[in-house]
Design a protein around this ligand. Structure first.
Ligand code: TYM
Length: 332
């Protein structure tokens, strides 16, 4: 079975709608027919300052949301990155294969470091994509389900895997990004020119999955739309309405064309109201399932312990092969 791997940061506690539609939903769909590994990337989280108690709690909340969204530990391996020490170990090797210039071209680093300023930007933030390379290659992943903003990180992973394979020995599978066009980039509800994100969106532009449904309903209803009144799909002229149509389509399963026909003769308000209802119908049971996992931390920890053990079995084998091929003396 093809192998898939992906990760999500625990930094915000609540996931947002972009995380779900851009990535997590695909994780759920892919778990049945693939050998799937999914993780909460706490090592990546500390590239920016984190309060220890909050980080620990957010890691649990993240795992609970993944289960609440439909990951099934019977069908996938769900784990916490720091439980598998091979990630940090392989990352060092990958640091030594990646050019400084190559790493400097990563746009996510440029965005984030410009926000923090040189003195509070850590070296960890700079090498963030290189840890991600290790995450992916450790599991010999064939496909990496992510949103559009992670494409560049999967591309550099392919480059470095090819470099290792040609310099030493053909050890690594070359991974492909798995990005669904329709949901690859969910936009901010207040500023449809930027993607929905915890760090850049205003509270009104960001739909948090753990907010009360009526809070999110308000955000959908006050979403910025475009001039005109006709509900039609046009990313250039009507980015706001187009974003709402794509979200509706993802949640309802109806195509954008069907929706445009459905809203003919109606105003933007009808689209917003329907979307708010649709979202509430999905998010309410999601929150109930997530809450149930949070109410049983012993069960949650048990799931994560099993996941870590399964992940380590694969990761340690890859790391041992890598250490051998690069010429490290085996520990007697
Ligand atoms: P993170 O935690 O920022 O986001 C998790 C996933 O959500 C997607 N996403 C979006 N998709 C569509 N529209 C949006 N507005 C939106 N915002 C976020 C992201 O593309 C991502 O798929 N570096 C990664 C985590 C990571 C990882 C990995 C991913 C670490 N190691 C290995 C894949 C494989 C990140 O920060 O995702």
């Amino acid at each position: 079975r093809p192998r898939v791997l992906s990760g999500i940061q625990p930094t915000s506690g609540s996931f947002h709608l972009g995380n779900y539609l851009g990535a997590v939903r695909q994780w759920v769909d892919l778990q049945k027919e693939n050998d799937a590994f999914y993780m909460v990337v706490d090592l990546h989280a500390i590239t920016v300052p984190q309060d220890p108690a909050t980080l620990r709690q957010n890691t649990r909340i993240s795992a609970a949301q993944l289960l609440g969204a439909g990951l099934d530990p019977e069908h996938c391996t769900l784990f916490v990155q720091s439980h598998v020490p091979e990630h940090a170990q392989l990352a060092w090797v990958m640091n030594c294969l990646t050019g400084f210039g190559e790493a400097s071209r990563m746009t996510q680093f440029k965005d984030k470091s410009s926000r923090y300023g040189a003195d509070s930007t850590t070296v960890g933030l700079f090498t963030y994509p290189i840890l991600q390379i290790a995450d992916i290659l450790l599991y010999q992943a064939d496909a990496v389900p992510v949103g559009e903003d992670q494409r560049q990180h999967v591309e550099i992973t392919r480059d470095i895997a090819e470099r290792f394979n040609s310099r030493y020995a053909p050890v690594f599978t070359i991974p492909k990004p798995y990005i669904l066009k329709e949901t690859a980039k969910i936009m901010d509800l207040q500023d449809p020119g930027i993607k929905m994100s915890k760090s850049a969106s205003s509270p009104k532009g960001l739909v948090s999955l753990l907010d009360e449904a009526k809070v999110s309903a308000k955000k959908f209803k006050s979403a910025v739309t475009d001039t005109g009144t006709v509900v039609s799909y046009d990313e250039e002229q009507k980015p706001g309405v187009s974003n709402l149509l794509r979200i509706h389509s993802a949640l309802s399963g109806q195509s954008v064309e069907q929706l445009v026909a459905h809203f003919e003769g109606k105003m933007y308000g009808a689209l917003k109201t329907e979307l708010a209802e649709l979202f509430a119908e999905w998010v309410t049971p999601f929150q109930q399932r997530t809450g149930a996992f949070l109410d049983d931390p012993a069960e949650l920890d048990r799931v994560l312990a099993i996941g870590a053990e399964k992940a380590r079995a694969v990761a340690s084998e890859t790391l041992a092969t890598v250490y051998d091929r690069i010429g490290f003396l085996p520990a007697a």
